[in-house]
Ligand binder design. Structure first.
Ligand code: HEM
Length: 411
């Protein structure tokens, strides 16, 4: 027997003979014996996993906890109490950005390697869920920052110049990895957004933009969706007929209504005509391409159709997970926008209309980024094209079988 285990076993015997010593000491000794036996029965490589490490060194707390140096203390005569909070909140954000990048990187890779099919789409959804929970936390954390008053902030703000969240490389990487294109970005002082970064960082951002963003890989995945044309089922043709039926019913209802004055009737009919033009884009790839060229749409024609099909027939078993995936992307887009608005609101509270330490107009600039920096806006826009379930073209039985789970076909 290994001497350590023999010693523990001996101790255990001794402990058992002393009534008072039973309990926690005994449990600890048993644990050590168990771990010892485990290590003995494992090969060396396996056993390495169980080498001991201290909590402190595992988390490298020496580094993390010695990384807060309020400049009002280092540089100034009047240390500002709130600066510690300011530093820690930003550091926590950067740690969460790191985790988000870790998740996004794995998601892009999964899609790029065609590993997102109906068997493991759940993993992609779970990782998006994790990112969503983190962004929820990031939004809540603003409240912690707001426990500092604007006057407290002014005690140390001058020491920050010209540092700014605008220089957060990880934040830019999150945006780029999600798929925010360079030409959609708000800039200020007529400078590129990446002017604040090193050449190496700029290259990493470019590589991310050109090397597969979440937007692009999801678009390619949508384009591969089967079922848009399947045997006799031609989705666009059937959808078009359903839309026309629905619009015709609405037109007839407007015409037949006894409660509408003639002017109101005319207005309603013209509103209905403009709704009809939304649908025209989906029937006409050429129009879609024009809107894409003009920067009004980003998602390809085929991917838009696939997203529409998934949203319309989301009740079919095989489309439930793809639907969840699209919903999570919409959630994420919405939450990031919420963070932007919330951050802008905090800036208004702290600075009013003062310019930012990074040189932007402050609140106004941030408000505009919130309105403009959407990434999955086209997925929200698909809602415009949805029609009521009652109007949906019925799926032929063979398609329904294809869209059902294997076990439901057997039942
Ligand atoms: C008192 C608290 C804060 C104030 C007054 C503030 C102020 C500002 C201002 C004015 C800008 C615009 C750029 C500039 O001119 O500097 C900005 C940008 C930014 N801030 Fe903050 N901020 C605060 C807290 C935070 C926190 C906690 C984070 C978390 C990381 C953060 C992240 C960012 C990011 C990522 C940007 C760039 C946004 C973009 O360009 O779209 N800020 N901030």
């Amino acid at each position: 027997m290994c001497p350590q285990i023999a010693w523990e076993a001996f101790n255990l015997g001794t402990i058992n003979s002393i009534p008072k010593a039973r309990g926690s000491i005994q449990v600890a000794a048993l644990n050590r014996i168990f771990v010892g036996y485990q290590a003995l029965t494992m090969d060396k490589k396996e056993a390495k996993k169980f080498t001991t490490i201290h909590y402190h060194s595992y988390l490298e707390l020496d580094k993390i906890l010695s990384a807060q140096h309020p400049r009002s203390e280092v540089k100034g005569e009047n240390p500002a109490h709130e600066e510690m909070l300011f530093i820690i909140v930003h550091q926590v954000y950067e740690l969460w950005f790191k985790q988000i990048l870790h998740e996004l990187g794995s998601l892009v890779e999964m899609f790029q390697n065609n590993r997102v099919d109906e068997r493991n789409i759940g993993t992609a959804v779970a990782r998006l869920d994790r990112i969503i929970e983190i962004v929820e936390l990031l939004i809540q954390q603003i409240r912690v920052m707001e426990t500092m008053t604007p006057l407290d902030f002014l005690d140390f703000r001058s020491y920050l110049f010209p540092a700014s969240g605008f220089q957060s490389f990880q934040f830019r990487m999150v945006e780029s990895m999600l798929g925010l294109p360079r030409d959609h970005r708000m800039t200020y002082n007529k400078a590129d957004f990446d002017i604040v970064f090193t050449e190496e960082q700029k290259a990493m951002l470019r590589q991310t933009e050109n090397g597969g963003t979440l937007f692009e890989v999801v678009e390619a995945w949508l384009e591969r969706t089967p079922f848009l044309e399947f045997q006799n089922f031609k989705f666009v043709g059937l959808y078009k007929e359903a839309v026309q039926r629905m619009l015709q019913k609405e037109r007839e209802a407007i015409m037949a209504s006894e409660y509408l004055a003639p002017e109101s009737r005319t207005i309603r009919l013209s509103v209905l005509d403009s709704t009809a033009s939304y649908y025209d884009n989906i029937f006409d790839p050429q129009k879609h391409a024009e809107l894409r060229d003009a920067g009004e749409l980003r998602l390809s024609y085929k991917a838009t159709l696939a997203a529409l099909l998934i949203k319309l027939y989301r009740d079919e078993p095989i489309l439930q997970m793809p639907f969840n995936l699209l919903s999570r992307l919409t959630d994420l887009d919405e939450l990031l926008t919420t963070w932007r608005y919330r951050h802008a609101q905090m800036v208004l509270r702290m600075l009013g209309k003062k310019v930012g330490t990074g040189g932007s107009s402050g609140y106004d600039y941030l408000q505009q980024t919130a309105a403009r920096h959407h990434i999955f806006k086209d997925l929200h826009n698909v809602s415009t094209l949805l029609i009521p379930r009652s109007e949906l073209p019925a799926l032929p039985e063979e398609i329904q079988r294809e869209l059902g789970f294997y076990f439901s076909q057997k039942g």
